[in-house]
Design a binder for this molecule. Structure first.
Ligand SMILES: Cc1ncc(COP(=O)(O)O)c(C=O)c1O
Length: 313
């Protein structure tokens, strides 16, 4: 590791709260997937991060890079478009460091997320729900262009510090936690930072490790945090369609049912994009004899508590 990137790692952070970002547990599934005896499925439990999601890693690194470059100084406002979790991570770090934070998100983001962002003191600007996360992205760009001096705009969709966070932390953690035995890595695509960054590190370690992208089946999916790349009006600059070995498409209902199963059968109270990743893991497991699968589980079920699907039997 070179000296100039070390200050960007949470492990070199002096603040006790932010130092807890990363090093999340890798939890084996005990029941789900039992029908595939040669395959082990692990959940990378990203809800253990202090802001409650995988996005703490990228948000921390993007903010840290802006601090170190002198761009982000007290009095400035962090501005970005977010489907929720990156915003929560920004808002937590901003509260800790004493910055202001303005976030653009689709109006139909879950009530839990909006309330949490308000609790952290973030300024929320809600965008047209029919335009999804793309609408929030374009609105953030407009605001920034109007008053660039007021804001620091990390742009999580195009900022290389986002995948770098995963290259430096998520990737090495998974290699260590599986003692190098991982055969398949699965991650849902939002900005694609998790898959691109972790994937790069895993491939450098072992070219045979398969990288599996998880996507919703269609454009109107309601799976917060995930993008359907083929129909997105804004495809993230970070996304390189040549990187995944395979893309697995998951239905909204399938992802929700799996989130419920993970909660009831495994004791893992996870969100819907985690459900999607484990659904995809089962689809892969059905096609192989042996393997060690690691699926990113981005956040916990409490971020989606008000959704009706939890209530149905
Ligand atoms: C719940 C959830 N799942 C998955 C993702 C996708 O992660 P990435 O942006 O690294 O592709 C996000 C991103 O915000 C998310 O909030």
């Amino acid at each position: 590791m070179t000296a100039d990137i070390q200050p960007l790692l949470p492990s070199s952070e002096t603040d006790a709260l932010l130092r807890t970002i990363g090093n999340t547990p890798l939890i084996p599934l005990l029941r789900i997937g039992r029908e595939f005896p040669g395959v082990r499925i692990f959940a990378k439990a990203e809800w253990f991060n202090p802001g409650g999601s995988v996005k703490d890693r990228a948000a921390y690194r993007m903010i840290r890079a802006a601090e170190l470059s002198g761009q982000l100084t007290p009095g400035k406002t962090i501005l970005d478009a977010t489907s929720g979790n990156t915003g929560i991570a920004y808002a937590m770090i901003a509260a800790r460091r004493g910055y202001r934070c303005k976030l653009l998100m689709p109006a139909n983001a879950s009530t839990e997320r909006k309330k949490l962002l308000q609790a952290y003191g973030a300024d929320l600007v809600l965008t047209d729900p029919s335009e999804g996360s793309d609408g929030a992205f374009f609105a953030a760009q407009r605001l920034y262009k109007e008053q660039p001096d007021l804001y620091v705009y990390p742009d999580q969709y195009g900022n290389p510090e986002n995948p770098r966070a995963h290259y430096e932390t998520t990737g090495p953690e998974i290699i260590d936690q599986t003692a190098g035995k991982i055969t398949h890595f699965l991650a849902g695509l939002g900005t694609s930072g998790t898959l691109m960054g972790t994937g790069k590190r895993l491939r450098e370690f072992n070219r045979d490790i398969k990288l599996v992208a998880v996507q919703p089946e269609g454009p109107f999916h309601g799976l917060e945090g995930l993008k359907h790349m083929e129909t997105a009006s804004h495809v993230p600059e970070l996304y390189n369609a040549k990187v995944p070995d395979q893309t697995v498409y998951v239905s909204t209902e399938g992802a929700q049912q799996m989130a419920k199963r993970l909660t009831r059968e495994e004791g893992l109270y996870v969100g819907v994009s985690a459900g999607a990743a484990i659904c995809a893991a089962l689809k892969i497991a059905a096609t192989i004899q042996e393997g060690t699968l690691v699926a990113i589980c981005p956040d916990a079920g409490n971020r989606y508590q008000s959704e009706k699907f939890w209530e149905a039997a």
